[in-house]
Design a protein around this ligand. Sequence first.
Ligand code: ADP
Length: 185
Amino acid sequence: MTRITLVEGDITEQQVDAVVNAANSSLLGGGGVDGAIHRKGGPQILEECRRLRASQYGRGLRTGQAVATTAGDLPARWVIHTVGPVYLVEEYGERAELLASCYRESLRVAVELGARTVAFPAVSAGVYGWPPAGAARIALGTVAEVTADPGFGGGLEEARFVLFGRETYEVFEDVGRELGSTGRE
Ligand code: ADP
């Protein structure tokens, strides 16, 4: 069974097999966690993203999808890039489904890679404007649901949410308690 854990910290410092990046569809870098990953991971990640753009992702990565590259100089082995939806209350249902898809697809890629540990940021909860509690409910709910499925294989031992700042960490902690999804062995 996959453990779901929460830590407050910087995702670029995590000793895990794969870190998930809240990328944008260009795959060519941006601000927030994306900027931090490219800065600390070095030019190799961007180089691989450019190659992806030149091959099967000519038009960029679609919202809700995920794709892996090397992790360059990060302690992790892979970066799994996913594109979260921008928050838009008028299209909440559709966009919530896309945010859930980011976690589902990232987990699918992690299993494909053979990762035992994967770290997630709070996708869409920064510049893309998702209210933190809603983002946490979708994040924790989806990861709990996917990893609890008996058909979910791959030996993923830990899905770690790395929350940047005390406030976001506490929101995830409250939601995790509410859903009963964290601290699960
Ligand atoms: P998005 O565009 O998907 O909203 P952001 O990078 O703007 O992505 O923000 C997503 C979340 O990642 C926010 O909660 C932000 O505080 C957080 N974040 C920013 N830098 C880091 C980091 N180095 N490690 C972990 N989380 C980070």
